[in-house]
Design a protein around this ligand. Structure first.
Ligand SMILES: *Cc1c(COP(=O)(O)O)cnc(C)c1O
Length: 390
């Protein structure tokens, strides 16, 4: 994790400012949209690049009662470092054989279990720990990724889990699933997934499972599908103020505020004649006499190389475009004759209020989704936290 405790005094090459007040406001907005459900703040992959510890703390301050991660290592690190109140539950779901089941049980984590191998391993670890494991059985209701298929597989998993519960080795705390196309409202897969989820939950409950929480909604479902909220919503991208897809509207349309602002200090400004090739491969050639600005971030910092020739940057109040290739550590913009001072601020993306591009603009420029833009910002870019205290 890349936490920077306080705003630095020295100018930085590049920085990702993280506005924790915006994150708290997003949590409150999402909770208001799902008033009957608890909120899980999904902080996997270092909170989508925003910093897991400060984001988890801020989400809890604003009313999240669950924290979610993909890997057990992420969840264990948060339990150890985040100083979250004991009653805040932490769940992780991406397990592989031989994973740290015993540590997870001893840390009181909730663990997602999608198949028999995982149930066997967690049960054995619980026997050794002498403490029951909090197990959440995951149904594959149509995503076709992780999760237990319906039918005989589900019957076997539920039956074995109930036997382990009767032996005091597990407590089945949840039944859950994940949606394939919630970011495409009205997609024909959504209603059948919800129907199958209800059926698989009903089957487990008929067999005797008494889950504390049933859940299937991610950010887009939390925003658009009240019938998917059940007892808990698992929100990731929306916490960070990013729209799950342009189809759902802008963050502002959704009442969300982007949390990350990525900026860099202009490292060099120079005059060049027309016909001057720029950056590796000379894929940009100056159309006439102009000025070039050097922006000292590159693909090693998470700037997509696919945004070569297309990525937008605000410099001196104007949008400029990546000229030629994004290199490992730097790229160039054509400043059209303007001469900002070296050290001037170049804003790659942020909320957009100062006229800067957004993560969504970069996603479009790179042919990807805004999730990937923020998540890939590398550890070489310091995170600078704003509004850390309530
Ligand atoms: C990442 C993830 C989420 C959060 O998804 P968003 O679209 O970012 O809200 C929820 N559930 C699971 C299982 C996930 O892997």
């Amino acid at each position: 994790m890349s936490e920077t405790a306080a705003a630095p005094t020295a100018p930085l090459r590049a920085r990702a400012e993280i506005d924790l007040a915006a994150l708290r406001a997003n949590v409150r907005t999402l909770r208001a949209l799902a008033p009957g459900a608890a909120l899980m703040a999904v902080v996997k992959s270092d909170a989508y690049g925003h910093g897991a510890v400060p984001c988890a703390r801020a989400a809890v301050e604003a009313g999240a009662s669950w924290i979610g991660t993909a890997t057990p290592e992420e969840a264990l690190a948060l339990r150890a470092a985040a100083g979250l109140p004991e009653h805040i539950r932490i769940m992780c779901w991406l397990w592989t054989p031989g994973g740290p089941w015993r540590e997870a049980i001893e840390a009181g984590l909730d663990v997602g279990v999608s198949g028999m191998w995982a149930l066997r391993e967690v049960t054995e670890a619980a026997r050794q720990a002498g403490t029951p494991a909090r197990v959440q059985l995951k149904a594959d209701t149509g995503l076709g990724r992780n999760g237990c298929p319906p039918g005989d597989d589900w019957a076997e998993l539920v039956g074995r889990a109930l036997r382990a519960e009767a032996e005091g080795l597990v407590r089945i705390t949840g039944l859950w699933s994940h949606l394939a196309c919630a970011d495409e409202p009205g997609h024909p897969s959504i209603a059948p997934q919800l129907t199958l989820f209800r059926e698989m939950v009903a089957y487990a409950e008929q067999q005797g499972v008494r889950p504390e929480v049933r859940h299937i909604a991610n950010s887009p479902a939390t925003l658009t599908l009240p019938e998917s909220h059940f007892d808990l919503v698992r929100t990731g991208i929306a916490l960070y103020g990013i729209s799950p897809s342009p189809e759902l509207g802008t963050p502002a349309d959704l009442g969300l505020r982007p949390v990350m602002t990525l900026s860099a200090s202009v490292a060099l400004v120079k005059h060049v004649p027309g016909g001057h090739g720029v950056s590796y491969g000379h894929h940009y050639v100056t159309p006439g006499e102009t000025t070039l600005g050097l922006i000292p971030v590159g693909y090693a910092d998470g700037i997509p190389r696919h945004a070569s020739g297309t990525g937008p940057v605000l410099v001196g109040g104007k949008w400029r475009t990546v000229a030629g290739r994004v290199a490992m550590d730097q790229f160039v913009v054509d400043l059209g004759g303007d001469e900002p001072e070296p050290g001037a601020e170049a804003v790659l993306f942020g909320p957009g209020d100062r006229g800067e591009p957004t993560a969504e603009d970069w996603a479009q420029a790179a042919g990807t989704i805004a999730y990937e833009i923020v998540t890939r910002i590398g550890t070489r870019v310091p995170r600078v936290y704003r509004n850390a205290s309530v």
